[in-house]
Design a binder for this molecule. Structure first.
Ligand code: ZN
Length: 199
């Protein structure tokens, strides 16, 4: 794991078995990137089942809408299909001969890195014995997201207190993974014991 130069993650939608990025994040000690992406998908061309899945992701999973928030036409907004080129660019910019790998814990993004021939270490590999994301977020935090996620009110009554919904966020996930790797490589096992469970 000490060969990893940064953690990368993405959240988005699966349509016709293809992953479309809606946000992509990269984090290491000196650099952080969190960018909104345009999946460039139009509901008219999507099956009803995929529309159902998209709505589930938006309202229950990550709070990211299918279309990006309203931006000026001059705002830089990469398309999901640009992701391989952009990740290659950041690999070239940030990697080092001693640390040549992106760290990734996301099977859909792992396949994209593989397709793009971009060097990575899959933190889901058994030999790393890496904690689950739920576990890490329970230990560190899961109560914030980056600014691209929307809050959808659950209660019809505006006076009723809204429940705290922990949406997935690529930026937060990268931050928690990177923090855990730093703790491991610095031999500070601050996440190895939680509520009496040893990992
Ligand atoms: Zn986010």
């Amino acid at each position: 794991m000490d060969k990893i130069f940064a953690i990368v993650d993405a959240q988005g939608f699966i349509v016709k078995k293809k992953f479309y990025a809606r946000e992509v994040a990269i984090i290491n000690d000196n650099f952080s990137y969190c960018q909104e992406y345009d999946p460039n998908l139009h509901l008219d061309y999507i099956s009803k089942d995929d529309v159902r899945r998209i709505k589930f992701c938006t309202y229950k999973l990550h709070g990211l809408t299918l279309r990006p928030m309203e931006k000026s036409s001059l705002t830089f907004m990469p398309k999901s299909d640009d992701i391989i080129g952009i990740l290659r660019h950041y690999h070239k910019l940030l990697s080092h001969p001693n640390r040549p790998y992106f760290g990734v814990k996301n099977e859909l993004l792992r396949r994209i890195l593989e397709d793009g021939d971009i060097p990575y270490l899959d933190l889901n590999r058994e030999e790393f014995n890496f904690p689950s994301i739920n576990y890490l977020e329970k230990f560190y935090n899961n109560y914030w997201t980056c600014g691209y996620h929307r809050k959808f009110p659950v209660n019809i009554n505006p006076n009723k207190k809204e429940p705290i919904i922990s949406y997935r966020c690529a930026f937060r996930k990268c931050a928690n993974i990177w923090r855990h790797i730093k703790a491991r490589t610095n031999k500070i096992f601050d996440c190895d014991v939680i509520e009496g469970v040893v990992i």
